[in-house]
Design a protein around this ligand. Structure first.
Ligand code: ZN
Length: 225
């Protein structure tokens, strides 16, 4: 066998190994390990979804607090920079759908009742975007996830354009949650045990926000691990 052929085979095997390890890193562990299907567990899964989306969003300056013990359940407190554009509205729709997307990523369905408000706000954002004649998200459109029946969750029923845009934002949110892999589950676990996580505690768990210095200068979008 020639040296050239050996080199080609080694390269192919290395690329395949890297791709395989990359996929493994993004595999979400079984939900029963770290995400008990209790009221508290559901809130933690939901809020951790919002938190990782905010963490990766280039319009978010800092994630101040993630909690599962608020007066209306859980909440995530974060600050955004002052950019007004349809890209920002797309990001906000994703931030709002990230709780629902996390629930579907973990259990294959929406488990909290508190998602209704998120869904309505995401719809308002999408209506604003479509009203401006824009249906292009800052990220590439992905195939629609069959897991979640959007129309069944909305009344009045979604128009085709609303459905496409919401499904796009939702699927992007779900990919963001998945891309955090184990660190997403660590965040859920920490929320379950501490109930509230401040900025430093969240930073200890999630990957570094290396784009932080240029927040506000970048096009609104999401940077995932
Ligand atoms: Zn929510």
């Amino acid at each position: 066998m020639s040296i050239m052929l050996v080199a080609v085979i080694v390269t192919i095997m290395t690329v395949a190994l890297v791709a395989f390890l990359g996929r493994r890193r993004r595999t979400i562990p079984p939900p029963d390990v770290l995400c008990p299907d209790t009221v508290e567990g559901r809130i933690a899964v939901h809020e951790a979804g919002h938190a990782v989306a905010a963490w990766g969003c280039t319009i978010v300056q800092n994630v101040e607090l993630v909690a599962i013990d608020g007066p209306d359940g859980g909440f995530v407190k974060f600050n955004t920079c002052a950019i007004n554009s349809s890209d920002r509205d797309w990001c906000e729709a994703v931030l709002m759908l990230a709780g629902v997307a996390a629930e579907v990523a973990v259990w294959g369905k929406v488990r909290t009742g508190g998602a209704k408000d998120d869904l309505l706000k995401a719809r308002e954002k999408v209506q604003g975007i479509l009203g401006m004649g824009d249906d292009h998200a800052p990220w590439r459109r992905k195939p629609i996830d069959p897991c979640i029946p959007f129309d069944a969750m909305y009344y009045p029923v979604l128009s085709d354009a609303e459905h496409r845009a919401l499904a796009n934002a939702y699927l992007h949110a779900k990919n963001i949650v998945r891309s955090h892999g184990r660190s997403y589950y660590k965040l859920v676990s920490a929320l379950m045990s501490k109930r509230r996580l401040n900025e430093a505690e969240v930073a200890d768990i999630l990957p570094r926000r290396s784009f932080l210095k240029i927040v506000g200068m970048m096009r609104p979008t999401f940077i995932t691990p």
